[in-house]
Design a protein around this ligand. Structure first.
Ligand SMILES: C[S@@+](CC[C@H](N)C(=O)[O-])C[C@H]1O[C@@H](n2cnc3c(N)ncnc32)[C@H](O)[C@@H]1O
Length: 350
């Protein structure tokens, strides 16, 4: 079941054990956490029994809008004398975010701390300030992605994706980036197939292309129905580089998924985003969406990481707001609540 793999994502498993992980394990590697613990009840805060028909925007208020933009976007706009086009915003975001995922975090922190000490010792105050900013950013990334595992959040995603009535599902992932959540779904519902769609070619070549071969996804053993670990190499995945609006596939998917897509569209465009999910679903199929949570920690994250993350329009909403958007756009909300850093929703077209 556990195969050694050839990717170079470091070796940091518990001493004396196979460092690729087995069900029940959790440990840190240089670029991410392995978390194969069975889901305890606290990872999904479930608001599914909300009566969506009785909620109103007056009760809920508006999502919070992140306004601090990356200095790189500001510079680009000064140079080009026009607003940065949305596809370019995504190209910049995807490269900067991928750099973080590719970083050996403990080594980078040591280097940044050493640089800070050297700059202070040589009384280079602007250099020390820049070194301190970089050390802060990599330390935040370490905490959010490795220690807390709040970006991939496998336990939260497993809790959100559980008990779907699908067999060998056809999965469509809109704005897939590296495709993590489609892989988690394929591990839980083995024998299915995923189509990942993103209009940034870099996502296919690098974000998905470099995704660690041996990252373990806890899922189901098709032979026994028990738990086992799956890896991307054994999954059927096609990557399509296309604008979602140009997709010509029909309504043939059991699950249409997006992660961090809806919040990039102001309210007048949200019906279009829900329509993107509905139009590719088989009758009775599931729309699965997650969006970042409106919480103090997330606001601080997007403030401290603005240079890397903030190239375009972004809202932070709470789970009730996500559920109400879905309900108002013609979906029956089957499951809705909080995982670590995101809201999660499972819905069906009404
Ligand atoms: C915020 S990312 C998704 C979050 C993702 N989980 C991550 O880790 O980056 C949204 C993705 O959607 C893609 N995207 C946005 N609009 C799109 C469109 N109209 N067609 C295809 N892809 C799109 C972007 O290129 C980007 O990779």
């Amino acid at each position: 079941m556990i195969q050694p793999a050839a990717d170079a994502d470091g070796r940091a498993g518990p001493a004396g054990t196979d460092d690729v992980g087995a069900p029940g394990d959790s440990f840190l590697r240089p670029r991410y956490r392995v978390d194969l613990r069975r889901t305890p009840p606290d990872v999904f805060e479930d608001l599914s029994d909300t009566d969506w028909s009785r909620l109103s925007w007056r009760d809920l208020g508006e999502p919070y809008r992140v306004t601090r933009m990356s200095r790189h976007r500001e510079r680009w706009e000064e140079e080009h004398g026009r607003e940065m086009p949305v596809p370019v915003q995504w190209e910049r975001f995807n490269r900067a975010f991928h750099d973080l995922f590719s970083t050996d975090v403990p080594r980078e922190r040591r280097q940044r701390a050493g640089e800070l000490v050297r700059r202070i010792a040589s009384l280079d105050l602007p250099g020390a300030w820049e070194a301190a900013r970089r050390l802060t950013r990599i330390s935040i990334w370490n905490h959010v992605h490795r220690v807390e595992d709040a970006v991939w959040d496998p336990r939260g995603k497993r809790a959100l994706f559980r008990d779907l009535d699908v067999d060998r599902p056809e999965i469509l992932f809109l704005g897939a980036a590296e495709g993590y959540e489609a892989m988690q779904l394929l591990a839980m519902y083995p024998g299915g197939r995923a189509v990942l769609v993103d209009y940034d070619e870099f996502c296919r070549t690098d974000r998905f292309g470099d995704f660690p071969r041996r990252y373990p996804f806890l899922g189901t053993d098709p032979a026994t129905g028990g738990e086992t670990v799956h890896r991307r190499g054994e999954m059927e995945i096609d990557y399509v580089v296309s604008d979602i609006r140009d997709l010509e596939t029909g309504p043939r998917f059991d699950i249409v998924l997006s992660v961090g897509l809806l919040e990039h569209f102001p309210d007048e465009y949200k019906p279009m985003v829900f329509d993107w999910h509905r139009r590719f679903l088989k009758p009775g199929g599931y729309a699965v969406l997650t969006t970042p949570r409106r919480q103090v920690r997330s606001r601080l994250f997007y403030l401290a990481m603005s240079e890397i993350m903030n190239y375009g329009y972004r809202e932070l909403m709470d789970a009730r707001q996500l559920g109400l958007y879905a309900f108002e756009n013609g979906f029956e909300v089957l499951r809705c609540g909080y995982i670590k850093a995101h809201n999660g929703l499972v819905a069906r077209a009404r």
